[in-house]
Design a protein around this ligand. Sequence first.
Ligand code: MN
Ligand code: MN
Length: 467
Amino acid sequence: MDEKKSKGQQLMESLSYKKKNFFEISSEKEIKEMYDYSEGYKKFLDEAKTEREAVAYAVRTAEAKGYKPYKLGDKLKIGDKRYYNNRDKSVAFFKIGKNDLTEDGIRIVAAHIDSPRLDLKQNPLYEDSGFCLLKTHYYGGIKKYQWTTIPLALHGVVVLSDGSRVEMRIGENPDEPVFYINDLLPHLGREQVTQPMNKAIGGEDLNIVVGGLPYCDEDVKEKIKLTVLKILSDKYGMKEEDFLSAELAAVPAFPARDVGFDRALIGAYGHDDRVCAYPALTALLDDETEDRTVLAILVDKEEIGSEGNTGMQCSIFEDIINAIAAQFNADPAAVRAASKCLSSDVTSCYDPNFASVYEKRNSAIISCGTAMCKFTGSGGKGGSNDASAEFVGEIRKLFAENNICWQTSELGKVDMGGGGTVAKYIAKLNIDTVDLGVPVISMHAPYELVSKADVYSTYKAFAAFIK
Ligand code: MN
Ligand code: MN
């Protein structure tokens, strides 16, 4: 072959860089492993549509692998596998390795488990013109018009007046009812369709239909609302007032499905960021090495700025690192300085349908592997953790040694928009951090698209990083 190539062609091949498609550079065995791995991921997607469900899934899976609950102050020893469940909405798993903590630090992988959705307001229930409806307040960055006329499920918890907690999850099984947001028929939509997309459906238009059956009693004014209240009372023991202390969310009721004749892709609600959380969790649970101390963080509230006591800005993650250090008489600051983190969040995938917003040379291309964002942010890298050439170089070398299919990614064209991740909050603790995650098509839509190759490459990348 090489004899047919000119000297210039050979020189070009050895000096130039081209990203490669996973399917073209992988063995049959690897491709089969990739398809198998995706089956587990799809199950996770269907079971864990909210941060609470993701925590429950992760804890259950980790316990089956020997992980035990951890409280701050607990004694720790080498070989321990523990998890800290923070209010059922974020969770940190760690295992203690043999290596010196001040020299080797802690290997950290972090991903978020909250996704854009429609939260119910605290006084959501009302009746109007034959319908019973629920008012919502959207969570995270959504294109509102996408959430109409799709089947929705309700997930969450209600804290009743006696302080007890009831869980709700309805609309996922085929024999359960779903919920629905109306849109205007095109016949009467002449004016609506001339509106900008962010105006055509407003925040206060996202009202969910939850009933239509009147309670037959002449003396009752809101008969349909009463039917719904009666069902809520019978099924969950709740009264209308209990919505005041409820956290209920409407999420798309679609299950995760293979997409394409070749099943190369997965369509699902909430790939962002469970598509990174699942590889982070499984890489840790599958890791059987004993040298390194590893921490996997699955965190809430990223979609609204990592705020609150379940978000990445909460001190609990620093507290855990410091507590681990203290148990082994290591200086916490020195442990953090020696630690390294892959902050894992999705990135935008180059979309040929919307080519004008991408700078193709620097965009993530579907199926070309897990995508590293040296920086995120907007308007001149604003708000970004801009990883150093040294750390990127270190990770690059590691990936080359472990045959990881990977690429770099920039969200889109300069000044076209932007976004952030939890990376900067981890880097702030004096930890070398870089963003690495799965490229997503139609991010934040009710049904997002990823490549199985990129999910699997992300898993392989984490496995190499923590071992
Ligand atoms: Mn994300
Ligand atoms: Mn997001």
